[in-house]
Design a protein around this ligand. Structure first.
Ligand SMILES: Nc1ncnc2c1ncn2[C@@H]1O[C@H](COP(=O)(O)OP(=O)(O)OP(=O)(O)O)[C@@H](O)[C@H]1O
Ligand code: SF4
Ligand SMILES: [Mg+2]
Length: 340
C-alpha cells in the first residue's frame, strides 16, 4: 500500500496573545506572559491508502490537534502534512485547505450540525458549493447518502434536533461522504454515544471502509474500539508518537512502557473464586504541554526509567516489526495480558 498521508516532522505550538494587563504586569515582573502550548511535537507518520490507523493516548496528548492537521484544518507550526504528495494547506498568510478529499467527523454530532438547517440542506451544501453535484441533482444525491448511512431518505426535511445522538452522527457521516472523500479523520466519533449505539456506528464505519475503500484516521480513548477497527495503531504521549505498529503486535506484544501501562489501565473482569475487576491505573498525571519534561516525556511516570531517560530524547526505531521511541525498547520484557 502506498502512503496517502505523509506527516513529516510536524509540530504544533499554540501561542495565546498576551493581554495588555499581562504585558504591563510582565514588564513590572508581577506576572508571566502566557506560555506556548506544545500540542504536537515533531511527529512523522504515514497513513497508507485504504488502511485504518487508530490513534490512542490520554486526554490532552494532542490527538485532535494531529487529526486536524491531517484533515487540513490546522496548519503545522513546523514540518509538513502531505496528502497524496501535496500540502494539505495552501497559500501564504492564512492558508486554506487545498483538497476536499479528506473530511473530518467530530465527537459531538449535535454541535457539528447547524440546528437551523434541514438535514437535506446540510448534506447538499458542500457538494453543491464545490461543484461536485448540480443543484438539480442534489435531492437524489442526499437520498443516496442518507440510505448509505442507514437512514430513511424521507428524513431530509427534518432538523437535527429531531434525531437521536446516533442518528445525528449518521447525518454527520452522510455529510462527509457526500464530499466524495478518499479519507475520513474520525475524532472520537462514538465517544458521546451509549454503548449499543456505539457498536452500530463502529459497524457502519467498517462497512463504509469495505464498500467505499476509504482510508481512515480513527481517534479514540477506547482501546477496544480502536483495536476492532484499526489495521495499525499509533500510541501518542504528550505530543509525540511513542509506538506504532499493527493492531495485533501493539496489543499483544507492546514494546513501549507507556503502551503497556495503557493496556494495563483497561479494567478486566476476573471470575475465579470471586468476581473482581482488575486494572492498574497509570501512575502520576500527564505533564503539562506548557512545560514538557526533557528527555523522554514519559520518564517521570515510567517504572523502567534510568538516568539517560531524563536527558536523552528517544527517537522512533524499528523493533520487532513496529516502531518504538524508548531508549530501552530492545531490553525490556513488557509481556503481559492483552485487554479483552
Ligand atoms: N486552539 C488551541 N489553543 C490553545 N491550546 C490548545 C488549542 N487546541 C488544543 N490546545 C491544547 O493542546 C493540547 C492538546 O490538545 P488536543 O485537543 O489535541 O488533545 P487530545 O489528545 O485530543 O485530548 P482529548 O482526548 O481530551 O480530546 C492540550 O493541552 C490543549 O489544551
Ligand atoms: S525511554 Fe526510558 S523513560 Fe522513556 S519509556 Fe523508555 S525506559 Fe521509560
Ligand atoms: Mg481530542
Amino acid at each position: 500500500m502506498s502512503a496517502l498521508v505523509d506527516v513529516r516532522a510536524a509540530s504544533k505550538v499554540f501561542r495565546q496573545p498576551a493581554t495588555l494587563v499581562e504585558r504591563i504586569g510582565s514588564a513590572f515582573g508581577v506576572c508571566e506572559l502566557p506560555r506556548p502550548v506544545h500540542a504536537v511535537d515533531d511527529v512523522s507518520l504515514e497513513i497508507r491508502n485504504g488502511e485504518v490507523l487508530g490513534l490512542v493516548g490520554e486526554s490532552g496528548c494532542g490527538k485532535s490537534t494531529l487529526g486536524r492537521m491531517i484533515a487540513g484544518i490546522l496548519p503545522p507550526s513546523a514540518g509538513s502534512a502531505l496528502f497524496d504528495g501535496m500540502p494539505l494547506l495552501a497559500g501564504a498568510g492564512r492558508p486554506v485547505k487545498s483538497t476536499t478529499r479528506v473530511q473530518m467527523i467530530f465527537q459531538d454530532p449535535f454541535a457539528s450540525l447547524d440546528p437551523r438547517m434541514r438535514v437535506g440542506d446540510i448534506i447538499a451544501e458542500g457538494p453543491v458549493a464545490h461543484g461536485l453535484v448540480s443543484k438539480s441533482a442534489s435531492a437524489a444525491d442526499v437520498s443516496r447518502w442518507l440510505s448509505t448511512v442507514g437512514l430513511d431518505p424521507q428524513v431530509a426535511d427534518r432538523y437535527p434536533h429531531q434525531f437521536s445522538g446516533g442518528q445525528r452522527q449518521r447525518i454527520a457521516i452522510a455529510r462527509a461522504l457526500a464530499m466524495r472523500p478518499d479519507m475520513l479523520v474520525c475524532d472520537e466519533p462514538v465517544a458521546s454515544l451509549d454503548v449499543s449505539i456505539q457498536a452500530q456506528i463502529v459497524n457502519l464505519f467498517l462497512k463504509l471502509r469495505r464498500d467505499l475503500g476509504l482510508t481512515m484516521l480513527f481517534i479514540s480513548h477506547d482501546l477496544g474500539v480502536v483495536r476492532h477497527v484499526s489495521d495499525r495503531i499509533a500510541i501518542m504521549y504528550l505530543g509525540r508518537i511513542v509506538e506504532i505498529g499493527t493492531a495485533r503486535s501493539v496489543f499483544e506484544r507492546p514494546r513501549h512502557p507507556y503502551t503497556r501501562a495503557l493496556l494495563d489501565s483497561v479494567p478486566r473482569l476476573r471470575i475465579d473464586d470471586r468476581v473482581e475487576v482488575d486494572f492498574r491505573p497509570i501512575r502520576g498525571e500527564l505533564p503539562s504541554p506548557l512545560d514538557p519534561p526533557a528527555g523522554c516525556h514519559f520518564h517521570m511516570r515510567c517504572p523502567h526509567a534510568n538516568e539517560a531517560c531524563a536527558v536523552q530524547r528517544p527517537t522512533l526505531l524499528h523493533v520487532e516489526g513496529r516502531e518504538v521511541a524508548c531508549l530501552r525498547a530492545t531490553e525490556l520484557d513488557l509481556s503481559g495480558e492483552a485487554p479483552p
